[in-house]
Every structure is written in structure tokens, then in C-alpha cells.
Design a protein around this ligand. Structure first.
Ligand code: COA
Length: 323
């Protein structure tokens, strides 16, 4: 039996920081409102020349170093992103070029918005378990600041840019115990960027492709769905919530995270929370939180970790793994 196991983690946040007080100068909002409703204190945003691939490269190099691997060891690259550098080549192919991986390995993007990393991890796990890859680079990277309407206080205060990455390798012992990926395309109207090649292309070219969201409806959906996916994951593996060492939730909003933890009867000390420092970084959020907790020594080898995410689509998913 072949399993897949994370052998290294990395992450990267762009240098420029936008605090809640900075946002008070852009839209009618307050530090107090943002902290109380979301738990966010600041977010990082890219500079004019920086792209998703730049962030992905930094996170990937850091994960490779942690795993003790070189670019030529990689035989699969998957990037979860909703903000690719360009329509094509995929960000994964651009990253392959940047890293100097010239062995012809498969490289592709997965677009599942905030669930992008969990989707990418699920796909890489299948490749490894099927014997089609042995050393995968799995990245979640976003420049969401580029698709925000900076006049809309209901959305622009929530998001930030960043990247997280893991090296996932074939192993005789788990590793990943299970992944669960879901989608329901009926909820387009609640969370979307309704621009693209087929619709509103002119606006996209003019840089007016903005994220639109019915925040309080998404909130309710996220809380219910994340509670369900966590139950599904525990049931599929025949384990109790008390056996889980760490919950790594999608870092969208502290209130959504707390509600999921309450449903799971999980004390907040076992929940990794980084949303205060970088807001919702979409596909980057789970691997950013994972890397933070690995580097500060909380998550140790062998710990049982439950990741969960929810995003536009709607998409949602989870992964249960021994780190
Ligand atoms: N600053 C100050 N006031 C704001 C504001 C801001 N940044 N954004 C909205 N408001 C106002 C609204 O205009 C509204 O004012 P009104 O009552 O005068 O109309 C009031 O605050 C309440 O708005 P509401 O949308 O009901 O607030 P909320 O408690 O639902 O919080 C969100 C809004 C966006 C923080 C919350 O709905 C949320 O987090 N939703 C989930 C979003 C998310 O995580 N999406 C990504 C999922 S992957």
C-alpha cells in the first residue's frame, strides 16, 4: 500500500501590510468593526509588479528546503489558485519554469477558490496513491487584492494575498488518511467574480473583475457546511473529535472558525488561527496556517491534523492526516 505524507511546509506573505487603520482611510469602516466581525487585524498585499507565481515560488522554495528536496526531485506540481498570473500557461507551469524543473512532470492549476489547496492536496494524494507520482509540490497561492473592489467595504476588508506550499511524498505509512471534496454549483449568485472570457470580457480587460459576495448568506452556509464536512471526515475514519490534535480551518473569519470548533466541541487551543495576521487569503489560507504551526513547534510529526475549507462555487473539502 502506498500512502502520501507531507515532508515539508513553506509559506510566503508579500511585504506590504495594510492594517485596519489603513483601510479606515479608504472606505468607511473601523478597526473595531473589522476585528469584532471578522477577527482580522491586517492583511498583506502585493506590489504592482508582484504576481501569484512570485508568491508561489517563495512558498515552494521554503517547502522544498524544509523537505530536504531539490526542484529536480519533484514529479508533480499542482497550484490551487483563483488569481493566476495569466489565462495560460497555468501558474503551475510558470512555477515549474521558475523552479527549473525540466523533467517534464505534470503541472496544472486547480481552481476551487478558497478550497483550492484542499482540492489540490486531494488530487496530489490520489496521484501518489495510484503510483503516478512520488514527490508532489502542492501550492495554494493568491493575489486576491487584484480582484477586490476597493470601494466595497463589505468585501475589501476581508481578504489578503499570500501563498503556502507543501511537499507531499510517497510513504509506506500514512500520511493522509482521507480527503473529502465537494461542490454545489447552484450558489453562484452568493459569491463570485462574474467576469471572464465568456462574459464581461471587456470589463475584465479594464481591470474591473471584482469579487461580489452576499456576506451574511455565505456566513451561514459556511458554518453549516464546515460542520458537516468535519463530521463526514471523522465518521469515514471511525474516529472521535477528541482524537484530533489540531484543526486547521480555512482562515476566513474568526466567527466561522469559532462556530465550527464549537460544533466539534474542540477547544480553541487546538485550533490553528492566523486570520488576524493576514485575513482571508483564499487558497493560501490553510497551508499558511499549517506552515505557521509547524514552524512554531505546535504541530509535530505524527500529530493528527484535520484541515477544512469552504469557498466560492460553492466548493468545500477536508483532509485528515498524520503530519
Ligand atoms: N465596516 C463597517 N461597517 C460595515 C462594513 C465594514 N467593513 N461592512 C459592512 N458594514 C455594515 C453593513 O453595511 C451593515 O450596515 P447596515 O446595518 O447599516 O446596513 C452592517 O455593517 C451589518 O452588515 P452585515 O453584512 O449584516 O454584517 P455581518 O455581521 O454579516 O458581517 C461579514 C459581514 C462580511 C463580516 C460577514 O457576513 C462574513 O464574514 N461573511 C462571510 C464572508 C466570508 O468569509 N466569505 C468568504 C468565504 S470563503
Amino acid at each position: 500500500m502506498i500512502y502520501s505524507r507531507i515532508t515539508g511546509t513553506g509559506s510566503y506573505l508579500p511585504e506590504q501590510v495594510l492594517t485596519n487603520h489603513d483601510l479606515e482611510k479608504i472606505v468607511e469602516t473601523s478597526d473595531e468593526w473589522i476585528r469584532e466581525r471578522t477577527g482580522i487585524g491586517q492583511r498583506h498585499v502585493v506590489g504592482p509588479e508582484e504576481t501569484t507565481c512570485d508568491l508561489a515560488e517563495q512558498a515552494a522554495r521554503s517547502a522544498l528546503a524544509a523537505a530536504g528536496r531539490r526542484p529536480e526531485d519533484i514529479d508533480l506540481i499542482i497550484v490551487g489558485t483563483t488569481t493566476p498570473d495569466q489565462v495560460f500557461p497555468s501558474t503551475a507551469c510558470l512555477l515549474q519554469q521558475r523552479l527549473g524543473v525540466h523533467n517534464g512532470c505534470a503541472a496544472f492549476d486547480v481552481q476551487a477558490v478558497c478550497t483550492g489547496f484542499v482540492y489540490a492536496l486531494g488530487v496530489a494524494n490520489q496521484f501518489i496513491r495510484a503510483g503516478s507520482a512520488r514527490c508532489a509540490l502542492v501550492v495554494g497561492a493568491e493575489t486576491i487584492s487584484r480582484i477586490l473592489d476597493w470601494n466595497d467595504r463589505g468585501t475589501c476588508v476581508l481578504f489578503g494575498d499570500g501563498a503556502g506550499a507543501v511537499v507531499l511524498e510517497a510513504s509506506e505509512t500514512p500520511g493522509i488518511l482521507s480527503t473529502h471534496l465537494h461542490a454545489d454549483g447552484r450558489y453562484e449568485s452568493l459569491l463570485s467574480v462574474p467576469r471572464g472570457i465568456g462574459k464581461g470580457y471587456a470589463q475584465m480587460v479594464a481591470g474591473e473583475a471584482y469579487l461580489q459576495m452576499k456576506g451574511n448568506e455565505v456566513f451561514k452556509w459556511a458554518v453549516n457546511t464546515l460542520g458537516r464536512i468535519v463530521e463526514e471526515t471523522l465518521e469515514a475514519n471511525g474516529i472521535e473529535q477528541s482524537q484530533v490534535d489540531w484543526l486547521i480551518p480555512h482562515q476566513a473569519n474568526i466567527r466561522i472558525i469559532q462556530a465550527t470548533a464549537r460544533k466539534l466541541k474542540m477547544p480553541m487551543e487546538k485550533v490553528i488561527v492566523t486570520v488576524e495576521q493576514h485575513g482571508n487569503t483564499s487558497a493560501a489560507s490553510v497551508p499558511l496556517a499549517l506552515d505557521a504551526a509547524v514552524r512554531d513547534g505546535r504541530i509535530k510529526r505524527g500529530d493528527l491534523v484535520l484541515m477544512e475549507a469552504f469557498g466560492g462555487g460553492f466548493t468545500w473539502g477536508s483532509a485528515l492526516l498524520h503530519f
